[in-house]
Design a binder for this molecule. Structure first.
Ligand code: GAL
Length: 415
């Protein structure tokens, strides 16, 4: 795209008789930022960061390269195509952890270790997160936030109408509450969306049934995907699917969330970008609880920004990354995005009650990664698991699903 624009500009200069010798005007300093934050609370977060970038990086223009679609399912594909054409954006969103490793191994992102020293980031980011970001002694991205994946969002009015006034204590009680809603006339009490959102639900159930350690072991090879506890978790997952909307595979997460807002569902399992989105969509009265049985497990993921190898505007991109990593940038971005700052020195004032509770939990919780959002699984692994879930919708056989999940782990686990 940019190449086309440059060629057009050269053609224009040639036609007008102006060569570079006669025109010293520097080209516009534009930083193309590639994300999947295109609407609702996600766009609100990005917009806040753009405003901060405008203040911090005078003379630089923000170019929005966003490709819509929850969890970046479309964006990641579009990015791959651009990488193949050697036309990368200046910077792109990538999850800290396994997913980032794909880009590092392909040589598509630059080493940012020196910036961490220049900007003092090692002193203000949690040591565990720095560890997760460090690959062979180097760091390749700047985290903007910490999101929590294992949260259930509620429509309190729908629950109250069925006599449900407190969060369920465990998975069994949750299933009872779902049945109660169904008996009260709520046809699909659990709002469900497409493949990757189902993976989030499955992961939450696995945390409950296996416990945090064994769950984390699923992504390192320490826990066997063919084991009986995984089969049991798949059984519970299937039970939960039975309380969801049948058109789940056709809905992205905001459309499933719409069922909750409109009172057609009582619950939705979703990451805490939902907190910002529910507010942005005029539903600030939502309730929430950690997925039943997850205890004090915080399933984390972090949006981070990279410097593409060969970025067209190096100086402007450095300034963008500095803003992303700054206290002011993280404050405005996260307040609008629903996540919490990755930095530890941003005050909690101005954050929503949900976010303040997440900030407290993050400090004391047991942390586990997310496969759906790249902290635990590579992109190839995510794609294989998502395909297995789509296949389950067409031909619902739990054993086949478990087999496909186990096969994906065998193929894609990194030693
Ligand atoms: C995640 C991302 C979040 C949010 C979510 C839904 O992968 O980390 O920031 O955008 O997808 O699209």
């Amino acid at each position: 795209m940019r190449m086309v624009a440059v060629l057009a500009a050269v053609a224009l200069l040639a036609a007008s008789g102006c060569g570079a010798d006669h025109d010293d005007t520097p080209p516009p300093a534009t930083v193309e930022v590639f994300t999947w934050w295109a609407e609702g609370g996600e766009k609100a977060g990005l917009d806040a960061l753009i405003t901060q970038f405008g203040t911090d990086c005078r003379g630089q223009r923000f170019e929005n390269g966003a490709v819509a679609g929850g969890a970046g399912v479309n964006a990641k594909q579009a990015l791959t195509e651009r990488m193949i054409r050697h036309d990368p954006p200046d910077t792109f969103q990538a999850h800290a952890g396994a997913e980032l490793l794909d880009y590092i191994d392909a040589g598509q992102v630059a080493d940012l270790t020196g910036y961490y020293a220049d900007w003092g980031l090692r002193d203000v980011l949690p040591a565990g997160l720095i560890d997760d970001l460090t690959v062979r002694g180097k760091i390749y991205s700047v985290p903007a936030n910490i999101h929590r994946a294992n949260v259930v969002w509620t429509n309190p009015a729908v629950l109250a109408a069925a006599g449900i006034t407190a969060p369920p204590e465990d998975l069994h009680a949750f299933i009872e509450d779902l049945a109660r809603l169904k008996a009260a006339g709520v046809e699909a009490p659990l709002a469900l969306g497409r493949d990757w959102t189902q993976l989030m639900l499955l992961e939450a159930v696995l945390i409950t049934d296996l416990g945090a350690d064994r769950f984390a072991g699923l992504f390192t090879g320490a826990t066997d995907w063919t084991s009986a506890p995984v089969a049991e978790a798949i059984g519970d997952f299937v039970t939960l699917l039975g309380y969801g909307n049948l058109d789940r595979d056709a809905l992205d997460w905001p459309q499933a969330e719409r069922l909750l807002i409109d009172g057609k569902a009582g619950y939705q399992l979703m990451g805490d970008w939902a907190a910002a989105d529910l507010t942005a969509k005029g539903f600030p009265g939502y309730g929430w609880f950690t997925f039943p049985g997850n205890g004090n497990t915080f399933q984390w993921l972090a949006d981070s920004f990279t410097l593409s190898t060969g970025a067209a505007n190096l100086g402007g991109t450095e300034c963008w990354l500095k803003t992303v990593g700054s206290a002011a940038g993280q404050q405005v971005f996260n307040q609008a995005k629903g996540s919490i700052p990755a930095r530890t020195d941003v005050p909690a004032t101005g954050f929503s009650p949900y976010q303040q509770s997440a900030m407290t939990d993050w400090k004391s919780a047991v942390q586990v990664p997310s496969c759906a959002h790249g902290s635990g699984c590579s992109q190839a692994w995510q794609s294989a698991v998502n395909a297995a879930l789509r296949a389950y919708s067409t031909a619902p056989d739990p054993k086949t699903l478990q087999g496909a999940l186990a096969q994906a782990a065998t193929r894609f686990i990194r030693s």
